[in-house]
Design a protein around this ligand. Sequence first.
Ligand SMILES: [Ca+2]
Length: 512
Amino acid sequence: MPKPPNILLITSDQQHWNTLGTTNPRIRTPALDRLAGEGTTFTRAYCPNPTCSPTRASLITGQYPSRHGCWAIGVGLPENIPTVGDALTRAGYRTGLIGKAHFQPLASTPDSPSIECQPLLRDLDYWRRFKGDWYGFQHVETARMHGFESHAGQHYAIWMEENGLANWQDYFQQWPPDPSDKYARGRYLRGGMTWDLPERFHHSHWVGERTCAYIEDAVATDRPFFLWSSFFDPHPPYVIPEPWSSMYDPADMEIGHFVEGEMASMPRHHQLTREPSPDFSDWNEPGGQGVHGFHSHLHSEADMHRSMAIYYGMIGLMDANIGRILDTLDAQGVADNTLVIFTSDHGHFLGQHGLIAKGPFHYEDVVRVPMIVRHPGKVPAGARSAALQSLVDFPQTFLSAAGCEIPGVMQGVDQLDAWHGSAHAVRDWAMVENRHNPTTVHLRTLITDRYKITLYRGTAEGELFDLEADPDETRNLFHARDHAEVRANLMHRFLQAEMERESSPMARVAGA
Ligand SMILES: [Ca+2]
């Protein structure tokens, strides 16, 4: 029997789909270009939810946020949920997670305990003892911050200390917060800055170095491994050390733009993003929290050029570390027997539609993700595929590649034939959920090869885009009379898709 393949999932956080050197000549990503040259780039891959925790939970459970329980950021994923790591552990795999998890919220309550919150994040003795098993990962090295956020700690801080940066706290926002902090201004939405952290201590280096060490260790034991190498960038704040912060000239950046008139037929929360001090209080409700994106998105072009140059630099440092990982697979002689998948948990706005960062605005910029799959001899090299992909399919497809049975609780589809190029497509729709408040910010999108339709809970608002005729999504056809039949057909397809994605937690084992 051939040895089951190693499975290496590499993810970035909040990376726009069009930031690969192979699709965008303005960015340099030599390692990802190499991966694309040796594998297949999927140009129509979608996240199940355009925020961190819900999609990350789908990536390990194969269930949508409406089912796995982590329906919004700030909601914990139940620790007893079955995961792809559990199934691969039973099949004899070593399983590991290096980098960002974000399965639990930044607050802990008796009913919803979290270990990913303060003050525990900086209790390094706790993290010295904590190695896993956690959500099916036998080995865990994790951290919780982006850029210089005060959430820094955990295994990343232990690594910085072990490598000689005893005063690592000086390079991150203070905890508790201090208004006189040199990093106090966030740079989450506008502008950017050079981070004075010595480059070798950047968390992209930490993820790269520890991923390589994990691979070397796993190869020595001669058991197949499943490893999630989870980078934090290019999620804002827009900060990166030199030389990456000046790698790109802001003047060369091609930022996105608002198209005059495009908001006229869009739902009201879209229109409010164009106001200097918008009032989003109509969406407040008990059990809700601050909504990502519910603020003014007005920005100067100069700020956006600067943000984008730093954003590209963040991708550059991550790419250099992905290169180290690919080299390690070669040096260890396991590249041929390792299925490598690169993607991001969701996208990002850099001025497109006048928007910045993210929010409940289901344009391609935020719901579509970069995706590359490599498995020499199995996945076509240097190919591009427009077969629809959803990140919810990954657990099922990993199990299929490993020759394991697929639990009925999973809701995705097995994409292995599409990844191997033996089927053009194995799904004809992708669904994006987004329930950011209990009832008031709750939308759902169905994407087909040609169209995209978005429905909102409790309102008659909606979006309908013809991605073939209007790839930039500037003409919302939801209320267009000449598209009434298209809309009706899509609604029908939507309901069928809702049935198709129903899971079967228990098998039907008898007639009665
Ligand atoms: Ca994210």
